[in-house]
Design a protein around this ligand. Structure first.
Ligand code: NAP
Length: 265
């Protein structure tokens, strides 16, 4: 039996175990997916221990994504983003990937939203915002990053090809954009939207990284404006799909994983 898992602190709320185990069941793979919650200073020992125990693959979440970058051989995209969320232990030195980026591009592809040559606005410049900005730029978007803390947006845009940056007052650029991604946590704790309604329009495709609640205020208002809306469970699904495919070299059973995920949201 192969063992996969998730390291984070905390991980109690994770939807990854049912999502991945649905994939193993669908394809008849003899594997389990378990969660691990090492102390915040114990991640190095945890990764060494996982390798020694023969664990096949780990997902990595808050607060360890940046630290794990230094403990594995990151692929070039993970190195540019500065965070690893997927570790593959099948080689001598574990390899690190950032599948949040594929989670973004595959979500748009699944909804038939083209990205090449499009204007995109990313609101937020934290961990998710970094993955989103690199993913969209690599897919051919001209990216503008708007963030509450302008310096963080500027720092991110400085490392993303062709990107621009500004504070939240630059969200008026959404009015001319084709693609909008919310990569802030706004909308999770309260019924609030990070983007003023007047900027939303029918030619926009909106992905909200927030997935609790599944229908955020931003998505409700975007839908009312006639925009294409993509909820955060798609991004969560496709980062898991991408991790599964990296670990197993097989096409993921996307429908089975999606059903298992949405049954728990
Ligand atoms: P993070 O690193 O802590 O970054 C948080 C971001 O939100 C920062 O840009 C922060 O701006 C901004 N922000 C927080 N409160 C705000 C407010 N009241 N007004 C405006 N901006 C505010 O968090 P993260 O890891 O990037 O996660 C962000 C969200 O994405 C979370 O809801 C998370 O659950 C979600 N996420 C979803 C997926 C998925 O697969 N669907 C994957 C990863 C993350 P400042 O820089 O000014 O503080």
């Amino acid at each position: 039996m192969q063992v996969f898992g998730l390291v984070g602190n905390p991980v109690g709320h994770s939807l990854s175990p049912p999502m991945h185990e649905a994939a193993y069941d669908a394809l008849g793979i003899d594997a389990r997916y378990v969660t691990f919650e090492p102390g915040v200073d114990d991640i190095e020992r945890a990764v060494d221990g996982a390798a020694a125990l023969g664990i096949a693959g780990l997902n990595v979440t808050i607060p360890f994504k940046q630290h794990v970058l230094d403990l594995v051989e990151p692929d070039p995209l993970a190195a540019r983003i500065g965070a690893v969320n997927t570790v593959d232990f099948s080689t001598d030195r574990p390899k690190g990937y950032n599948t949040d980026a594929a989670g973004v591009t595959r979500s748009f592809a699944h909804h038939d939203v083209p990205l090449d040559g499009r204007d995109a606005v990313v609101v937020g410049a934290g961990g998710a915002g970094r993955a989103v900005a690199f993913a969209l730029a690599d897919a051919g978007c001209a990216v503008h990053v708007a963030n509450r803390t302008v310096e963080t947006a500027e720092e991110l845009a400085g490392s993303v090809e062709g990107a621009t940056a500004g504070g939240l007052e630059t969200l008026d650029r959404v009015g001319e954009a084709d693609v909008l991604v919310n990569a802030t946590s706004v909308g999770m704790e309260e019924d609030a939207s990070p983007v003023p309604t007047e900027h939303l329009h029918a030619d926009l495709a909106v992905l909200d990284a927030v997935y609790t609640p599944i229908e955020t205020r931003l998505l409700r208002e975007a839908s009312a404006a006639g925009a294409t809306t993509i909820d955060g469970a798609w991004m969560l699904l496709f980062q898991g799909v991408e991790a599964f495919e990296r670990w197993t070299d097989r096409d993921a059973p996307v429908e089975a994983m999606n059903e298992a995920l949405r049954a728990r949201l």
